[in-house]
Design a protein around this ligand. Sequence first.
Ligand SMILES: [Zn+2]
Length: 342
Amino acid sequence: MNAPARLAFLADFERLLTEAPFVDSYKFALLIALAELAVERGDDSMATLTLPIRDIAAQFVTIYWRQAMPFGNTIGDGASSVLMQNPGRKAGMIMEVTKLRAQYSSLHAARSGPHWQRSLTRISAGLEDLPIKRLQRLRQGSLPFLYAYDAGSGTIELLPGVAANLRYFHGLVVRAVQGEWLRFVQAMPANQRLLGATTDLSDFLFGSDRSGLERARDRLRMMQADRCFYCESPLRESVDVAHFIPWSRYRRDLVHNLVAVHPACNAHKGELLAAGPLRERWAAWTGLHDTDLADIGAAAGLIVDRQTALRVAEWSYAQARRVGADVWLGGRQYGTLQDAEP
Ligand SMILES: [Zn+2]
């Protein structure tokens, strides 16, 4: 794709965020869902990408799963401590997620439970009714640059080059949408009292599922023979469960992407990709231990999907190579992918 086509996409995206009315959080969630699906299923050509609305609905549940938890410490008078995201009767799709949360201990359990398909049907109907129809509308006129939608088809089609652009600008798109979403939640009067009290709102809305990671830790340690995945020295008392493909690049807790490591090694790697032998070791690891990792994921309530983890890895390394990104080579050594994997 040529540079003007990329810039035109960014300009349209910026117009959408600034000019379209955002009266509930669904449009933000839809944008993030499309960006994730472009990474997981799209490619870097100009091709269109057809997405079943049910698959978008499944992404929706993942996105709202955290947010349907009570926020911070419960407040004294017993009033709801779940953040408001949508005024009035428009809260239906979030209610579906709240119901699933009440019935299942984890997202993984919900996905394999008997209520899942029915919930997806309801959420799909809500998606068609609200954000899919409305996302590309401005206050006046419309900006149909992302997808085409025929009512009743059960799918949307990302227009030529859109999946490629969402992959190319994924970090930028997701951060921009999350920033707007954060402002939206902060500004809702119903949330003011809750937000007065407590911790980091951004982390609550968009952070990783720390409790799931904690639950996976002991078994990951065991599988790794109690050695750090990065430096292979014995682990000590304090152990981090880290995302091999950094969270800043891809924000879903896939169990195949988790490794138990020294906090110091984790800090050295930071938000960079690991290159060279580490990358090969990780790819081999996900294959060798596929079944065990699936078990751990099921027990810890994390997403089990090796194919997606590998596709995400392929995409993020291709991206890093294209922009000449810094990568981590282990210890205190850094370089670029060109140095590490010429
Ligand atoms: Zn280490």
